[in-house]
Design a protein around this ligand. Structure first.
Ligand code: OOG
Ligand code: MG
Length: 263
């Protein structure tokens, strides 16, 4: 059920997307629209996505967020959310990320899936996801909530495309029988210093559960995950703030290193 009008959805999508494109802070939407529902929040996210596609931007994948206890505790939110990834979010491994295009970025170590068969909820489970997975790759997500001081509630963050802004994909892929995603370890370093460590099971017990949840959440809107979709399953550890000049590198057990520099 939605409580906002069509015009309010349009205006709020423009409001959030402008803050993203021009890198400025806004206050959380529920302050001004306390009656906003989850359906309204997703309508705002999908409207911003539609606006981007209408300008020729390509959607290149999806992400789940707030899928680990570390992240849920850090943000004070107890439910996962999803967002889309646009073509210009993608940064090559070893590349530069421009601080002047962002507000207050943080980095997250994630496992990404690439599918080979469609997944459509409701009722999608881990078994379906494992069967539909082509391969996995390591990824680092850069999040940049448009909300002041990263302070939001779940509805507001959904409307803001779940804080999505940049991502870096590693070049080392694995099939699911080559890795144990529950015990797969990650070590995050900034300027050579270890800042966070974790293992895949932090993400809903198994990162494939995150893909299943995405399929089921999309199913509620009649949408599916098409074959060939790149999906980031959510930060394994808490997100770590970065500043200009930082060199980041995340090591994934058996899957190499993903690195970037904030300039
Ligand atoms: C929301 C996005 C969280 C993740 O991997 O948990 C996210 C936020 O914390 O700003 O991408
Ligand atoms: Mg993330």
């Amino acid at each position: 059920m939605g409580n906002l009008t069509h015009d309010e959805i349009q205006a709020l999508a423009e409001h959030c997307e402008k803050a993203e494109l021009q890198a400025y802070e806004i206050t959380k939407i529920t302050d001004d629209y306390p009656q906003m529902t989850y359906e309204d929040a997703f309508d705002i996210q999908w409207e911003a996505r539609r606006r981007k596609e209408a300008r020729g931007t390509k959607i290149v994948g999806m992400k789940m967020g707030l899928t680990s206890w570390a992240k849920m505790a850090q943000m004070g939110v107890e439910q996962p959310c999803y967002g889309y990834l646009a073509d210009y979010f993608s940064v090559p491994d070893g590349g530069d990320i421009r601080m002047d295009e962002l507000i207050h970025p943080k980095i997250e170590a994630e496992i990404a899936f690439v599918t080979k068969a469609p997944l459509k909820g409701p009722g999608v489970h881990i078994g379906d996801v494992l069967r539909a997975t082509d391969f996995i790759v390591p990824a680092v997500e850069v999040i940049d909530s448009r909300y002041k001081d990263f302070k939001f509630d779940l509805k507001s963050v959904i409307a803001d495309n779940s804080s999505s802004t940049r991502f870096i994909t590693g070049g080392c892929m694995a099939s699911l029988d080559e890795v144990d995603l529950k015990t797969l370890g990650v070590v995050m370093e900034i300027n050579g210093e270890v800042v966070a460590t974790g293992a895949g099971a932090a993400v809903l017990g198994h990162p494939a559960a995150s893909v299943a949840m995405l399929a089921n959440m999309l199913g509620e809107r009649g949408e599916e995950i098409p074959a060939g979709t790149f999906i980031m399953t959510g930060g394994i550890t808490a997100a770590i703030s970065v500043k200009r000049g930082d060199a980041i590198s995340v090591r994934y057990q058996g899957l190499g290193t993903v690195s970037a520099r904030f300039v």
